[in-house]
Design a binder for this molecule. Structure first.
Ligand code: SF4
Length: 244
């Protein structure tokens, strides 16, 4: 998963409420996520994993790396090490050999071994289902914890990556200078019924439609609702189910 970049684009209009800093009404927000839910009823993350532990490791490895690059490295690694015990037995040097194609691999190999050790020692070899415990693990920050809580435990968290940070600001859905500010607003404004999948919907929308360099507004299903100053089209693309 890519690291959020600081560069942001100002939205055309931002709501004034301190509690609810968004340019959109409750009805508009509901309609945005309703359309995303029609497009992808069961969205999937792109990081390959077989259980909560391998998801945690994959997310730790994905800092400043692409999901495709991480998947390429972990495919073989997870075949032989899908539990903290097996990872610890493999050791830092061998883990490093598997992940050598990923940026910062030396430090990441160290963290993977240290977090495996901590899981065995402090959590009965289980990935904890709460943020406070997760962020004490080596290499695990708030974003990683939010991804794991959302994907492995079904909790309504919002892990803000570079795409979500950009969309939040570009379209004025959740303006903020930091991932935490954007996360805070999104968690407040997204209807509970959509919270489970909202993280993936926003990432996929940012990756394939509302892209960093040039948003593809002709392909956008929320073009009529969007309030971005960068918008180039007012007519929403046909709403149909896509691949998850
Ligand atoms: S209309 Fe354009 S700017 Fe607005 S959300 Fe869609 S792709 Fe992004």
């Amino acid at each position: 998963m890519e690291k959020p970049k600081k560069k942001i684009t100002a939205p055309r209009k931002v709501g004034r409420s301190r509690k609810r800093r968004t340019a959109y009404s409750t009805e508009e927000i509901h309609e945005i996520f309703r359309r995303f839910s029609v497009q992808r009823p069961e969205p999937k993350g792109e990081l390959e994993h077989v259980n909560a532990f391998t998801l945690l490791v994959a997310v730790v490895l994905s800092a400043q790396a692409t999901d495709a690059g991480v998947n390429k490295a972990t495919r073989d690694l997870f075949k032989i090490a899908d539990t903290p015990e097996k990872m610890l037995a493999l050791g830092e040097e061998a883990v490093g050999k598997y992940i050598r194609t990923i940026g910062l691999w030396r430090n990441k190999a160290k963290n993977v071994i240290a977090l495996s050790d901590a899981l065995i020692r402090d959590h009965k070899s289980q990935v904890p289902d709460n943020r406070d415990a997760l962020v004490t693990l080596p290499g695990v920050g708030r974003k990683t914890a939010n991804v794991v809580l959302n994907m492995s435990f079904g909790q309504p968290t919002m892990a803000v990556d570079t795409h979500i940070l950009r969309i939040g600001n570009r379209i004025g859905l959740a303006p903020g200078n930091t991932p935490e500010q954007v996360e805070d607003t999104l968690v407040k404004i997204i209807p509970a019924e959509f919270m489970r999948h909202a993280h993936h919907w926003l990432i996929l929308h940012g990756r394939y439609v509302c892209k960093a360099r040039k948003p593809d507004c002709m392909a956008c299903v929320i073009a009529d609702i969007c309030k971005s100053a960068e918008k180039t089209n007012e007519i929403p693309a046909p709403l149909m189910e896509l691949a998850p």
